[in-house]
Design a binder for this molecule. Structure first.
Ligand code: NAI
Ligand code: MG
Length: 355
């Protein structure tokens, strides 16, 4: 078996954590009987430096022709003075649009070795293993009409929250399929007691449930979900949300783990390659100093193997290496606590490879 992977190291700590992920992916392929053909392309600040564009056409074309895209991070304070459309971040937005990615997946898994890193109580977060599925290209962030108007001697601003049947169906299908592959539980989040959009959302999710007799579906209002995520997060497996509610709930859920250096994410479309990237940014404050935690990037590589390439055994192997290295007491600076052994990015990569 062969897979075509585009690597986008990007800016800041990106190249350091990409090198670790590549090392582990090569080893996983060798162990599990497949070959990864890597192509590396510029995006973000490095692409602006090389070609003047944060997403060169050649990078987008290579991504579109690949089986999966693994991106580290983009962004640098060097470009802060530029107008928004010329900054590195625009490269990422254009890439998401160019690959037609509408589903954002954020797993939140509490690893036993890191329970103390969370700001929540150990008995609340122990054993948490959930996935937020957020709609990414619709809802109130993109709805028309929107704007600001002067009326009756007052100023008014407005946005439109809108979803179509087709938009709800395609994101719900992603969530149902994931729930089927995981514990079989799906909780759809809405505000159907107030919003017409949420009533359509709920109707469509209920209708699709008929195709997923093996998935146990529940519905929850978003305000209650915000509370339940910190009160009893173990009750959730897959959470399905629209764009606005998902933005807020996925950041809330992320904080259960207590460390940004551990969080992977995936963005998927209906067909074509998915984009796999850590939740964290380019960390310019520690770039080039061998201080970055490569584990979020390695967990992204695992998500890419499982969801993008259907290489489940290799994905499990990478996740296992992260757990074993943490259990053995190795930490990068961001996770460091008493009695543990501190390593740099490359040193952590070597331990992960051994494990
Ligand atoms: P950031 O996530 O880059 O850094 C926040 C803090 O967390 C920093 O102290 C950093 O050192 C630390 N940190 C982040 N990742 C780490 C890792 N793997 N290991 C150890 N420590 C880590 O967010 P910030 O500072 O707000 O943004 C920096 C740049 O990154 C900006 O240009 C921003 O636009 C960009 N950015 C890019 C994202 C992306 O590529 N998807 C997402 C968020 C920000
Ligand atoms: Mg957010």
């Amino acid at each position: 078996r062969q897979h075509r992977i585009v690597l986008l190291p990007g800016d800041g700590i990106g190249p350091e954590i990409t090198a670790v992920a590549k090392l582990l992916l090569d080893a996983a392929g060798e162990q599990h009987g497949f070959k990864l053909n890597f192509e590396q392309h510029p995006i973000g600040g490095v692409a602006i430096d090389a070609s003047g564009s944060p997403l060169p056409a050649s990078t987008l074309e290579a991504c579109q022709a690949s089986d999966a895209v693994l991106l580290a991070a983009i962004g640098s304070p060097r470009f802060d003075a530029l107008p928004r459309e010329q900054r590195p971040e625009t490269g990422l937005l254009s890439l998401r649009a160019g690959l037609k990615l509408f589903a954002n997946l954020r797993p939140v898994t509490i690893l036993p070795a890191l329970i103390d890193a969370s700001s929540l109580k150990a008995n609340v977060i122990k054993g948490v293993d959930l996935m937020v599925v957020r709609e990414l290209t619709g809802g109130i962030y993109f709805g028309q009409p929107k704007g600001r108007i002067e009326a009756d001697g007052d100023e008014r601003a407005f946005n439109t929250m809108t979803y179509s049947r087709t938009e709800v169906d395609r994101i719900a299908k992603v969530a149902f399929d994931l729930a089927r592959d995981r514990s079989g539980k799906l909780c759809s989040i809405d505000k159907a007691n107030v919003l017409d959009v949420s009533q359509l959302w709920r109707d469509r999710v209920d209708a699709l449930a008929a195709n997923y007799g093996d998935v146990e579906l529940s519905h929850m209002y978003v305000d209650n979900a915000a509370m339940q995520l910190v009160r009893n997060p173990r009750q959730f497996d897959v959470l399905l949300t629209g764009n606005l509610f998902g933005d807020i709930l996925s950041d809330e859920a992320a904080m259960l783990t207590g460390s940004i250096g551990m969080l992977p994410s995936a963005s998927l479309g209906s067909e074509g390659p998915g984009l796999f990237e850590p939740v964290h940014g380019s960390a310019p404050d520690i770039a080039g100093q061998d201080l970055a935690n490569p584990m979020a990037m390695v967990l992204c590589a695992a998500m890419m193997l499982r969801i993008g390439l259907k290489e489940n055994d290799a994905a499990t192997a990478l996740e296992g290496s992260v757990e074993r290295v943490l259990a053995a007491g190795f930490r990068t600076g961001d996770l460091m606590s008493e009695g543990c052994t501190q390593l740099g990015c490359a040193g952590m990569g070597e331990q992960l490879l051994q494990a």
